[in-house]
Design a protein around this ligand. Structure first.
Ligand code: AMP
Ligand code: ZN
Length: 469
């Protein structure tokens, strides 16, 4: 399997540190607002990478953080006159809902920056002890970039160029730094901001240190894949490498993967241009599976343009796959019983080439565009060869193949029926009545039926509670 590595700027053969296991860290969003469709791109892309790795039999430890302390969160909290935690908790929950709607699997761990402050202080202390960090008079702690000769290896930037760039740009706080390149590890608190005690001053961590610490805690000093959007290459990921490698004395991540940006109508998405969409807004107009399909229709390293026309094309494409799936389900249920005909056996053998093509595309740096093309070939094949009078087993086999491939892409073949709250309440009342009548079989049946539709019941002292899962 080939993976493009930003470190070497080449596709490399993928070999994990430990056979059969992949340790993967994906930088998550800052939770100060509903996520926008640009944020959705890394979520969908790297969830698909994870799904493919799992399909290949790897056990994937997937860690993705929520940045829950940050200037933007604090500004929003002040605007609303609430604590920063209220804002971050609210948008984290909303983000999880969007992820679920896009069929992005929850990470193995979703750590929160504010819960990992001790680890951050510890790492900063180690860096200071080793001479890689120093505190300025006001308690700000900086990383001493020049002390790490490999700085710039990910972004392929040269220290001299960086230096001259910085010189022409008067950076705030530069007066306290030994060198303009040095970056913040810990900063003193300002009035009204969340803060934690530390050996240097009451304050809060810089953004970069949080990912180095969470990756170390949940995955170890060395990881296989570190990923995020391409805007993170510099300075965020470059700084993560500096912190982790200087602290741990080991290569931090073997492979660095970055998705290209999502633009809108060929322009950078921005609030001021008025071309900014949240996932929630797109979800009001389209099934979010359509958004997922749209994202995967391009290679993750190519810039992707979001437009109504392209979303319509994605909607039609997904519908074509779902219509074929529906047809196959019908053949599977209503086709002819008994064994396959010789002709059908031959056809199934032929259909075996589609998963092969799909995998070939995914093995080539996760080329989902070509993988989708293989799915369409299977769709065309099914539409041509699966008939009302085909064997049930023929429909079943083709359906299974289609389902297996679309599942790797995280695309659902069946449209999830949204149950209305009232329908749920009615079924719960029926279940209660069945229990009262000691008809436990019926009660269990209703509970299972609800679970199939994604509704989990909990019997509590205050009565039956339910939630969507
Ligand atoms: P942020 O909340 O800004 O830290 O972003 C969270 C993730 O979304 C990061 O991996 C970013 O690189 C990514 N991201 C932000 N905007 C876009 C965009 N327009 N297209 C693709 N990825 C983006
Ligand atoms: Zn990060």
């Amino acid at each position: 399997m080939k993976v493009y590595n930003t470190l070497s700027k080449r596709k490399e053969e993928f070999t994990p540190l430990e056979e059969g296991k992949v340790k993967m860290y994906v930088c998550g969003p800052t939770v100060y607002n509903l996520i926008h469709i640009g944020n959705a791109r890394p979520m969908i892309v790297f969830d698909t990478v994870r799904r493919y790795l799992e399909h290949r039999g790897y056990q994937v430890d997937y860690v993705s953080n929520f940045t829950d302390v940050d200037d933007k969160i604090i500004a929003k909290a002040m605007e609303e006159g609430v604590d920063a935690e209220v804002i971050s908790q609210r948008y984290m929950q909303e983000c999880k809902k969007d992820m679920e709607a896009m069929n992005v699997k929850p990470a193995t761990v979703h750590p929160l920056a504010t819960q990992e402050i001790d680890g951050m202080i510890e790492m900063i202390q180690t860096l200071a002890d080793k001479g890689f960090a120093y505190a300025a008079a006001d308690g700000t702690v900086y990383f001493r970039v020049k002390k790490f000769p490999e700085y710039g290896k990910l972004s392929h930037k040269n220290l001299d160029d960086l230096q001259s760039g910085f010189r022409s740009l008067q950076v705030s706080g530069a007066g306290q730094k030994e060198d303009p390149l040095d970056f913040v590890l810990w900063k003193p608190k300002k009035e009204g901001e969340p803060s934690w005690p530390s050996p240097w001053c009451d304050g809060r961590p810089g953004w970069h240190i949080e990912c180095s610490v969470m990756a170390k805690k949940y995955l170890g000093d060395e990881i296989d894949i570190h990923a995020g959007g391409e805007d993170l290459i510099f300075p965020h990921h470059e700084n993560e490498i500096a912190q982790s490698e200087c602290c741990n004395g080991k290569t931090f991540s073997r492979y660095w993967m970055h998705n290209a940006f999502l633009n809108i109508d060929n322009r950078k998405m921005s609030k001021s241009l008025g071309n900014f969409f949240t996932v929630r807004e797109v979800g009001e107009e389209y099934d979010l599976q359509t958004l997922r399909f749209f994202m995967l229709s391009a290679h993750y390293r190519s810039p992707l343009n979001f437009s109504r026309d392209l979303m319509t094309a994605a909607k039609n494409g997904l519908e074509r796959i779902r219509t074929a799936a529906e047809h196959l389900r019908r053949v599977k249920d209503q086709g002819v019983g008994g064994p396959l005909t010789q002709e059908e056996e031959k056809l199934l053998e032929q259909a075996g080439e589609f998963p092969g093509k799909f995998e070939e595309a995914m093995e080539d740096d996760f080329n989902t565009a070509d993988a989708i093309a293989a799915v369409f070939e299977l769709v065309k094949f099914s539409n041509t060869h699966a008939k009302e009078d085909s064997a049930k087993a023929f429909g079943e086999k083709l359906y299974e193949t289609l389902e297996a491939l679309t599942d790797i892409l995280g695309l659902q073949l069946e449209v999830k029926e949204e149950m209305l709250d009232q329908e749920i309440e009615d079924l719960i009342a029926k279940r209660q009545a069945a229990r009262k009548a000691k008809d436990f079989q019926k009660a269990d049946q209703i509970r299972d039926e609800l679970l199939k539709k994604g509704i989990l019941l909990e019997d509590t002292r205050e009565g039956v509670k339910w939630k969507r899962v």
